[in-house]
Design a protein around this ligand. Structure first.
Ligand code: NAD
Length: 469
């Protein structure tokens, strides 16, 4: 193909939730924008191999488990069975639909999409290259946004072969359900897949290096999750060290040292879920002299890298590596580029959600973090057992825990576990954005019966004003 030159205000490298959002926001602000994407479909890992297809799978696991409880709800159903191929296919269909939706949005917003690998030349143009490294186009860009995302981290000496030792990508399309699975890492990915496979009958073991599951979550909430998942039949080994992972005929042998010494497990598959690292390679960054730190691109509060007019957003800039973080950074970067007056993103108010059942969600400070930050703390808890809506739905496991500053009553954080916790957290995010006090949460009339009443009641409980407890 002949090399062409094209000029844009903003060229975004990467078409995931960060990249496509940045391009749309740039267009809304009157800037000419282009996206360079190396994959066939837009949407990045989130839409194609992450958040969305896994949420489809998790919903299916939830339905399967609910069907097994049919009798409790007064239904007589025979043996409930599933067709594994269709379980997987549905999730792929959902991902494909959404990726097409992104292509539609690019069209609608007149964002030009270039298919190929983006690379920044030393003269700060964006070259679009094919798989062989051939330059297809050279794009002039007043500003460049690097939104190249991340990929699964590996551990020294353990190679992901995609067959026996897999990453989340393979885990969502295994053609036949494995009989046994050992998950390394009890972060969001590890826990979500552990829940999914266990629900469908796979023998699941999770090995985590740190002392609790979901190590970044509130200790009390993580302990409740640990108990609940153990009750569902998942074996959890926290505070354990992986000694070796070796492929054997038809499976993998894993040796780890935990509380009861060194154990050896033979399993069909091992899922490596030990974090995500940024895609910083092959972008021309070394030649540009763009500063990297621990495999990520450090940015300032305006999402600027060490080089003028080059911005970076999303997984490639480091934790928290969440799609909603990337999208928020995308909007901010586009607005800074357009010269808008706006606040920097408040990184202390980013929700974190894990979509196993019971769901886990949190925002702001945990109880320990609030104490360490020197706050005099008041904690309010409201268990879903005391919620009429949760009882009616047959889903009364878990609780809402709110953390307040005792002097001013300001809500500092929330940690929740239970049905729809990932939806309920939004109220506290808004509360924190508006610096809401316990009284404002308590005096906001919540519809009855709803699960959201648990937030209001937890605010009351912290200050001796819960009604239904
Ligand atoms: P993570 O960093 O959240 O969790 C990785 C876990 O692996 C940690 O608990 C860590 O202690 C553990 N670990 C690391 N090395 C280990 C070792 N040698 N042995 C045992 N355990 C070890 O990463 P993740 O779960 O892989 O997810 C990657 C990113 O994607 C995260 O930023 C995560 O938040 C995000 N994500 C979010 C969601 C969601 O929002 N629901 C879902 C999936 C992924």
């Amino acid at each position: 193909m002949a090399e062409e030159r094209k000029a844009f205000d903003v060229v975004v490298i990467g078409g995931g939730p960060g990249g496509y959002t940045a391009a749309i926001r740039a267009r809304q602000l009157g800037l000419e924008a282009a996206v360079v994407e190396k994959e066939e479909q837009l949407g990045g890992v989130c839409l194609n191999w992450g958040c969305i297809p896994t949420k489809a799978l998790l919903k299916q696991a939830e339905i399967y488990r609910l069907l097994q409880r049919a009798d409790e709800f007064g239904f007589k159903v025979g043996q409930v069975d599933y067709d594994w191929t269709r379980v997987i296919q549905r999730s792929r269909g959902v991902a494909d639909n959404l990726a097409k939706g992104v292509a539609y949005l690019m069209n609608k917003n007149e964002v030009q999409v270039f298919k190929g690998r983006g690379r920044i030349s030393p003269t700060k143009q964006v070259e679009v290259r094919d798989g062989k490294g051939q330059v297809l186009e050279t794009l002039e860009a007043k500003s460049i946004i690097i939104a190249t995302g991340g990929r699964p981290q590996t551990l020294p000496g353990i190679e992901i072969d995609g067959e026996h030792i897999i990453s989340s990508r393979e885990a969502m399309v295994i053609p036949e359900r494995p009989e046994s699975l050992l998950v390394i890492g009890a972060g969001a990915i590890g826990i979500e897949f552990a829940y999914f496979y266990n629900a469908f009958g796979t023998r699941v073991k999770v090995v985590e290096a740190l002392p609790q599951v979901l190590p970044r979550e509130d200790e009390e909430i993580a302990a409740i999750l640990d108990k609940s998942l153990a009750g569902q039949g998942i074996e959890l080994e926290t505070g354990a060290r992986i000694e070796s992972v070796e492929k054997k005929e038809g499976g993998v042998e894993v040796s780890y040292t935990g509380k009861s010494g060194t154990q050896v497990e033979e399993v069909e598959k091992v899922l490596l879920a030990v974090g995500v690292r940024g895609n910083v390679e092959d972008l021309g960054l070394e030649a540009l002299g763009l500063r990297l730190r621990e495999g990520a691109i450090p940015v300032n509060g305006r999402l600027e890298t060490s080089i003028k007019n080059i911005y970076a957003i999303g997984d490639v800039i480091g934790a928290p590596q969440l799609a909603h973080m990337a999208a928020a950074e995308a909007v901010a970067a586009a607005e800074f580029i357009a010269g808008q007056e706006r606040d920097e993103i408040d990184r202390g108010n980013i929700p974190s959600c894990t979509y196993c059942q019971p769901q886990v969600a949190s925002v702001g400070l945990t109880e320990n973090e609030a104490l360490e930050a020197g706050h005099e703390v008041k904690v309010g808890r409201f268990p879903f057992m005391a919620s009429g809506k949760a009882q009616a739905a047959g889903d009364a496991e878990g609780l809402v825990k709110l953390i307040f500053d005792a002097r001013y009553g300001e809500v500092l954080g929330a940690a929740m576990i239970g049905a729809e916790a990932t939806e309920l957290i939004a109220e506290v995010c808004l509360g924190r954005k508006l610096e809401a006090t316990y009284e404002e949460l308590l005096h906001t009339v919540h519809a009855h019966p709803t699960l959201s009443e648990a937030v209001m009641e937890a605010a009351g409980e912290a200050f001796g004003a819960a009604i239904n407890l």
